[in-house]
Each structure stands twice: as C-alpha cells, then as structure tokens.
Design a protein around this ligand. Structure first.
Ligand code: UTP
Length: 408
C-alpha cells in the first residue's frame, strides 16, 4: 500500500491521525506502518457506536447439566464411544494461548510461567503432560493446534522447541496466530502504540476458528478427518484434555458442543453459570442474576443455576463450519492501554483510557444451538492461574496440584 492509498483509506474512515508522525519516520518504519494499515481490520470501529446501549439479553431459563452421578453410571459406555473416536483420529485439540495474561503479570507468554517448587514445571508442560496421559491411553497421537498472538508467537514457538515440545511429537503441533484488533480512544480515534505502530490487542478467545481458517488449518482438519475440537484455556493446570468420557457423552447426547462445568461452591459465588437464553445455551454473569434466580431450585431441590464454565469445550467441526460465516457479536471493554500522544510521547495511563474489542467463545456455543454442560470435580480438574496470589492464583493452583499428587 502506498502512502497516498493509506491516506485515502484513513481519511475516509476519519482516522488519518494514524499518519501524524509518518514524515518523521525512517523508511523501514514507514513501510511497516503502511503494511499495518493495509492489514488492520478497521471494521471493529463501527461497533463503538453501540457502546452506551445496555446489553440486551433474551429470556433466561435454566439448562440441565449432566451431573457426576449420571456420568459415573455411564462412564464405561461414554469412554468406549470417545476412545473409538480418538483412535479413529476424529479429535483435535486447540490450546488458546493468545491472551495477554495481564493479571498474572509474567514476563513471557503465560504458558511459560514456572509453577515448580523443587523442579521446573511450566504451565505449558503441565498441559502437555495431561494430554500425554490420554495419548498413551488411546495409543494414538492427537493433533494439537496452539493459538498465539502477534505479541507472543515467536516466544511461544521458541519455548516449545527449546523444551523438545515436552515429549509431544512435533509433527502433531501446529501454531497459528489470532487476529488483532485496533485499540481506540473514547473519542473513537485509533491509538498509536509508537509513532510508527498502531496500538492493537488480541481479538478475544472467540476468534480462534476464524483465525485457524485464515491460517489454512481447516484444510488439515478435512485431510485428517478431524470432526471434533476440544478447545481449552492455557491457565488451568489440572484440566483433563482429550477426555474420552466427555467426548463420548457429547456424542451420545447428539450435541453440537459440550462445556465442562463445575458446581458452584455456594449461592453467592461470583461466577458466570450456564443457562439457556431464548432456548439456546448461554452464560449468565453473577451480577446479572436476580435474587429470584439465585434462589430458584430444580426438580431435585438443587439450585437451578448451579454450574460455572471453566473454558474447556468440545465443538463439532461440521457445525462450526456451518456457523463460521455467521457474525459473532463484538464485545468491547474500556481498559488501560499505553499510547503515543500528539507530541510523540509514549504514556502509560493509571486509569482505563481506551476501548478494546473482543469476540467471546461463549457466543459460539450460543450460535451452535446445543451444548451439553458436563460436570467435573473442581478439586481434580480446575486449577486456573489468573493471578500471582489470592483466588485463582499460582498459590491456589499449587495447592490443588499437591492434592492431586503432582510433584512441583
Ligand atoms: P483470560 O480471559 O483469562 O485473559 O483468557 P488473559 O488475556 O489470559 O488474561 P488477563 O485477563 O489479561 O489477565 C482466557 C483464555 O483465553 C485465551 C487466554 O490465553 C486464556 O487461555 N485468550 C484470551 C486468547 O487466546 N486470546 C485472547 O484474545 C484472549
């Protein structure tokens, strides 16, 4: 893209402040900025006009989760169905590792964080070890797709390679980068991170399938006849990935998706829980719940809204392809973002100053129309690391690992 083309494109959308410092840049910086302008998706900006409109929710009703009792009763048959699928190569795995991990504040990508106490135990290593348990059980390798972002891609690839992929067969690991979205001021102007770079952030955990497609990996799904994808977060170091019983249960119940869930610890636990919204699976956040909903009971006398999501999902690939062309809603959040002011100074604000755009994976579940909430034991499968200390932290995850006899 030439300077004139960039200028015309940006003037048309009222964003030519992006070129403020262009004439003072070195030629390689000018080229990089023009390329970034060419490849940035500015269509997110249209969404900003909805920012003051309250979130419109449909009618919320409870969803029935498959609880541990029912799972135990059917364990053998679910596992048989799931193992058969895995052995036929029909399952692939997607690790979502494109997030910024700002709350943890680690230097590198979140998965490179070392939670070991007497030896090195990296978050990525824990996840690979968990997958290897199922690989050994099934006796086949499972394709693992790892989503990074432009901010951590090189470091993540290098980390895996320098640790010999923690024993995983490297031909079965496929990295891809997620899309980035521009960061915008409250006045609707795209911010500059430096005089020669537009400020961008990863576009949320819901953009993974579109990004996989753009990276050409859906071709591999077809070639390898991968029909199911188990998508999971980077930060839960105890999760059971490629779990045959979960896969078997979702297939047996003819659902297009499945979501591992954990039972709330008490009525007021501040977690989003699974529900139906206008008859389709969804999540209701704690602050959206009325007292009436918090006290509502199901036919067994248990709380009707009792199961929180843990970001471990199964998706049917043909169903994903059916919705792929549909448009997921864009969410926006007002957050802190470093930026370059009119005088070329880079500022790091203490207060939120900018809008970031994100797609949510939950909206995919909603679009797919059917989902099996599948209860897992939180003591055995849920040790998320969001913070260094306090709730959902390195400390709580270490304690749970110890309880599960994992040597740290
Ligand atoms: P979180 O919502 O915990 O976000 O992500 P985060 O970026 O990791 O952490 P904070 O909020 O900055 O502290 C849940 C999962 O979704 C992935 C994360 O890597 C994590 O596995 N994710 C999130 C992405 O892959 N891309 C994104 O744009 C956002």
């Amino acid at each position: 893209m030439t300077y004139q083309e960039a200028k015309a494109k940006l003037t048309e959308i009222g964003q030519d402040q992006i070129l403020t410092f262009y004439q003072y840049l070195k030629s390689d910086e000018q080229a990089a900025l023009l390329s970034q302008i060419e490849h940035t998706d500015f269509s997110y900006l249209k969404e900003l006009s909805h920012r003051d409109r309250p979130l419109k929710r449909g009618t919320i009703t409870p969803i029935r989760a498959m609880q541990q009792g029912e799972i135990t009763e059917n364990q053998a048959s679910f596992e048989a169905v799931g193992l058969k699928e895995i052995r036929a190569g029909h399952l692939g795995l997607v690790l979502l590792a494109g997030g910024m991990g700002t709350r943890l504040g680690s230097k590198g990508p979140k998965g490179t964080f070392n939670i070991g106490e007497t030896r090195d135990v990296y978050i990525f290593q824990r996840l690979i070890e968990n997958i290897l348990t199922q690989v050994e059980r099934a006796g086949v390798w499972i394709h693992l797709f790892i989503m990074t972002s432009e901010k951590n891609d090189q470091e993540t690839r290098h980390f895996f390679a320098s640790h010999s992929f923690f024993g995983y067969r490297s031909e079965y690991i496929h990295f891809f980068k997620q899309e980035m979205a521009p960061i915008v001021s409250d006045e609707g102007k795209v911010l500059l991170e430096t005089p020669s770079r537009i400020a961008v952030s990863p576009n949320g955990n819901g953009g993974w399938f579109a990004s996989m497609d753009r990276a050409g990996l859906t071709k591999l799904l077809h070639q390898e006849d991968i029909l199911w994808l188990n998508v999971f977060a980077v930060d839960n170091v105890l999760q059971n990935i490629a779990d045959p019983a979960f896969l078997g249960a979702v297939i047996s119940r003819h659902c297009a998706s499945g979501s591992k869930v954990v039972r709330k610890v008490n009525r007021d636990e501040k977690v989003g829980v699974m529900c139906l919204e206008d008859g389709r699976p969804s999540v209701i956040e704690y602050m959206e719940m009325t007292d009436e909903m918090l006290d509502q009971k199901d036919e067994s006398g248990d709380p009707a809204y009792n199961f929180g999501v843990i970001l471990n999902y199964l998706f049917s690939v043909p169903e994903l392809e059916r919705i792929a062309k549909g448009i997921l809603p864009v969410h926006f959040a007002f957050k802190k973002a470093a930026y370059t002011d009119q005088d070329g100074n880079t500022l790091a604000p203490d207060e939120p100053n900018a809008w970031k755009f994100e797609y949510f994976i939950l909206d995919m579940v909603h679009e797919l129309g059917t989902c099996l909430p599948y209860e897992v034991d939180r003591e055995r499968e849920f040790a998320p690391i969001k913070n260094l200390h306090g709730p959902d932290s390195v400390d709580t995850a270490r304690a749970l690992c110890r309880k599960n006899s994992i040597v740290l």
